[in-house]
Design a protein. Structure first.
Length: 237
């Protein structure tokens, strides 16, 4: 049934190819993406449809199907794999970290995939198992730009649920001078999410570091602050 359902998914995806969407998505993501050209809402509908047929399988069997989808390299199949993984969130165990870690390193090749995985399945895992936060912090030192971006973005799931706030500034400190603009946007986004709950703390952090912080990160970080605080943060000393 496993191989057959993968083939069914691929046939259904092909029925929904939209060349205009394909070209637009390529321009938007820009790099590291291979896609058929199926709109994301349709892909998520297909993911839900076929998950209803496999949900009685064991988590291991479903993760194996996810890996089969990930191996294709197509963005749409990766979206389905990450969707299915997130649907199993109530069944995560400690050892799943090593599966998710391998997926991040092997199959994430653009910022869209990084954010999808890290703000859902992998983010939920870290929320539930904080003992792996030290592992996440190690990603900040990686040569892999997606791991560095992931180290920030993965915390957003927890930040939105008022957990692990102290980790935000530790990660931001390590990424502060990162020269990759997609990493800069990633940790800026993390700070922006934190500012929704802790605006004064994020403002103080920005003011302390704005002389060194890349403007890209700074703009993201202060986006949700009050106009008064934003003005102070943007003012050149």
């Amino acid at each position: 049934m496993g191989k057959a359902i993968i083939q069914e998914i691929r046939q259904e995806l092909k029925k929904h190819i939209d060349q205009e969407y394909h070209d637009g998505a390529k321009r938007y993501i820009k790099e590291g993406i291979t896609l058929l050209g199926v709109k994301t809402p349709i892909v998520r509908e297909i993911a839900a449809k076929y998950f209803s047929r496999i949900k009685t399988k064991t988590k291991e069997e479903i993760f194996n199907l996810c890996e089969d989808l990930l191996k294709s390299g197509y963005s749409e199949e990766r979206t389905i794999a990450f969707n299915w993984a997130f649907r199993l969130k109530k069944h995560y165990i400690l050892s799943d970290f090593y599966i998710f870690d391998s997926w991040l390193k092997k199959y994430v090749s653009n910022w869209g995939a990084c954010d999808d995985f890290c703000t859902h399945a992998f983010g939920r895992f870290i929320f539930h198992f904080p003992e792996f936060v030290p592992e996440v912090k190690e990603w900040t030192k990686s040569n892999n730009r997606w791991l560095r971006r992931a180290s920030a973005v993965i915390m957003i799931y927890s930040i939105r649920r008022k957990k692990y706030f102290e980790t935000v500034f530790e990660i931001a400190d390590t990424l502060l001078l990162d020269e990759d603009y997609l990493v800069q946007k990633g940790y800026g986004w993390m700070l922006k999410e934190a500012s929704n709950l802790y605006p004064q703390e994020v403002f103080r952090y920005v003011m302390k570091n704005k002389a060194e912080m890349p403007r890209t990160s700074l703009r993201y970080a202060i986006e949700k602050l009050s106009p008064e605080l934003k003005k102070k943060a943007m003012k050149k000393d």
